[in-house]
Design a protein around this ligand. Sequence first.
Ligand code: 5GP
Ligand code: ZN
Length: 141
Amino acid sequence: MKEENCIFCKIANGEIPSAALYEDDEFRVILDVNPATKGHALILPKNHFKNLYEIDDQTASKVLPLAKKMAANITEKLQCDGFNIIQNNNELAGQTVFHFHVHLIPRYHNDNQNFVMMQNKMTPKQLDAVRDEIVGETVSQ
Ligand code: 5GP
Ligand code: ZN
């Protein structure tokens, strides 16, 4: 399952060279070409899935264990002080390459990055209304 003009299909399958940190039958983990911080890496499945909506369960089930392993390894080797895992879906949410990938971003004191969300205040009633939209009114707490 590869897509003809997909850059990450080509990188994941070794047709285009990359700074690879890890490879197995299903994944390649590479350094991001424009890193947010030192050690910023990407988990790429070798098969093409556009994003989280399309990735199959079997592949998806292996992504978090791999992220955990890579985060531990990168943290030990680069001695970072924290870690962000980011995964963008669709253009609105910041996806620019439409082949599923997970960002592994080591964080350092004074790294000048800021992934802080703009958050809103909501009443319990408003939260209940949103919950009802998502799961229906029949689910009890
Ligand atoms: P997105 O915005 O889709 O979540 O992330 C795409 C990421 O892929 C960006 O951080 C970008 O720097 C990285 N990227 C795009 N093209 C290449 C490439 O050819 N090689 C590597 N190593 N990273 C790439
Ligand atoms: Zn692809």
